[in-house]
Design a protein. Structure first.
Ligand SMILES: *Cc1c(COP(=O)(O)O)cnc(C)c1O
Length: 454
């Protein structure tokens, strides 16, 4: 008889009271953000024009290991956290593997993903600073949804620039945001200078994440009482997402389980960074060892085929430069259905940990991902987001390897969200009409040729 329950729930009082900042334990720190004009490290003062002051401070803080989670944020977390760590008994049975598989499920809130963990923190600091509202971009819509929930909770105005193709193809996401009171504008729009410029240069363009970021930043810096917020990539976002890893660590400890392999999907790196932070911290301090695997789409392979270099975070080149694994800010990924994984770069924290050899990375093609998603849904019940299913795919691969070697490894992966708004993608897969696209070396060389010189 197994004594590990299907769902390891933590008590409310076991929820973390502090976020963990893995940068504090890194001997070699992630490279600083640079001012795009002077190419010098950005100052707190410069960053505070774009971000809320408290968040700008968190962004630049690579020394403080633990940062208190304000009580107001913990009160919101209490509505959907601690999130369960689930033992995937049915998946193990289906695969006939000796491995033990666990997943940390972050889809248990209306926004349907982990993004709410940072959205509520960012909205809180904006409110505390006395701002009127915030601006942001959203691709597939998960971040915009999470932020509109967070802003309505604190009574803040929320302006979302949504990549035009998603605005048109995902009307339900758009309407969820509007229901929570957000203003949603298709990007590129005619509301901003950069939007008008991009529309003139590329008539009929359906937009990109990088372009929507430029618009949102401009909207924040040209309106009194507004700041810009971002749902991934930034170090502050990884900090907030560390609640995922901290809870996972507590839950594993409670049952005396030692993880062997930890797997997360990687778009901008926030869920992966949040999940692995406390474990990477143990590795950095020489206390334990783990095999960490980042999983990205073969159509947007920043870690596995990108370059580790300073690059622009947005198309309009208004944001600070970040040193990261990147495909070049001009890289437009093919229409992969995992919208949340289509960013050209990777968090500088995840990039540096990867560069230091603390983790490995794999890229997977989307039809394989949907096959894994379907296998998972049929036995575990949860209909996973396409992004999350990248982690499922590699967890299954690893579990099948254990079947060959007979090892009873403990595999932990991040199940970042649900896929109810991705049913067109599932429909394509079910109809056998999904295809895979892998960029050629020539295509990557072309977008990488435009990296800035610093
Ligand atoms: C946004 C998103 C991701 C990818 O973003 P990261 O910052 O890399 O975590 C993964 N899964 C889901 C469900 C998302 O919404």
């Amino acid at each position: 008889m197994e004594k590990i329950p299907y769902k390891i729930y933590l008590e409310e009082q076991e929820m973390p009271t502090q976020w963990y900042n893995v940068r504090a334990d890194m001997k070699k720190k992630p490279a600083p953000l640079l001012n795009p004009e002077t190419k010098k490290p950005v100052t707190l003062e410069e960053l505070s024009h774009i971000f809320c002051a408290a968040l700008a401070k968190q962004e630049l803080d690579d020394q403080t290991p633990y940062i208190d989670i304000p009580e107001e944020i913990r009160n919101f977390y209490r509505m959907y956290r601690p999130s369960p760590l689930v033992r995937a008994y049915c998946l193990e049975e289906k695969l006939q593997t000796p491995a033990h598989i666990y997943y940390k499920f972050e889809g248990n809130n209306t926004s349907g993903s982990h993004k709410l963990n940072s959205a509520i923190a960012q909205a809180y600091y904006a409110k505390k600073q006395g701002l009127k509202g915030v601006t942001t971009e959203t691709g597939a819509g998960q971040w915009g949804t999470a932020l509109s929930m967070a802003c309505s909770y604190f009574g803040l105005d929320c302006q979302v620039y949504m990549v035009k193709v998603s605005y048109e193809q995902k009307p339900f996401r758009r309407e969820v945001m509007r229901t929570y009171g957000a203003k949603v504008t298709p990007s590129p729009s005619m509301l901003t200078e950069v939007g008008r410029r991009i529309n003139a240069e590329f008539p009929g363009t359906t937009g990109s994440l990088g372009c929507a970021i430029s618009e949102a930043v401009e909207a924040a810096t040209t309106q009194e009482g507004y700041r810009y917020v971002l749902g991934s990539v930034l170090s502050q976002v990884l900090l907030h997402q560390s609640v995922i890893g901290l809870e996972t660590q507590t839950a594993l400890k409670k049952y005396g389980i030692k993880a062997d392999t930890i797997i997360g999907c990687a778009g901008g790196g926030s869920n992966l960074g949040g999940l692995i932070s406390p474990f990477a911290g143990e590795m950095l301090r020489g206390e334990a060892d783990y095999e960490i695997i980042a999983v990205e789409p073969a159509s947007c392979p920043s870690l596995t085929r990108g370059k580790y270099a300073y690059d622009f975070c947005d198309t309009g080149k208004v944001c600070p430069l970040a040193k990261m694994y990147t495909l070049g800010s001009g890289f437009i990924p093919s229409a992969n259905h995992a919208g949340g994984l289509r960013y050209h770069g990777m968090s500088s924290v995840v990039s540096e940990l990867y560069d230091q050899g603390l983790m490995t990375a794999r890229s997977v093609e989307q039809t394989e991902v949907f096959k894994a998603a379907t296998t998972f849904a049929r036995v575990e019940g949860i209909l996973p987001a396409p992004e999350s299913s990248h982690a499922i795919k590699v967890a299954i691969d690893e579990a099948l390897k254990c079947k060959e070697t007979g090892e009873a490894k403990n595999i932990v992966f991040g199940l970042t969200g649900t896929g109810y708004f991705d049913m067109y993608a599932y429909q394509k897969f079910n109809d056998g009409q999904m295809s895979d696209y892998v960029p050629t070396d020539e295509e990557l060389a072309k977008s990488l040729a435009s990296l800035p010189t610093v």
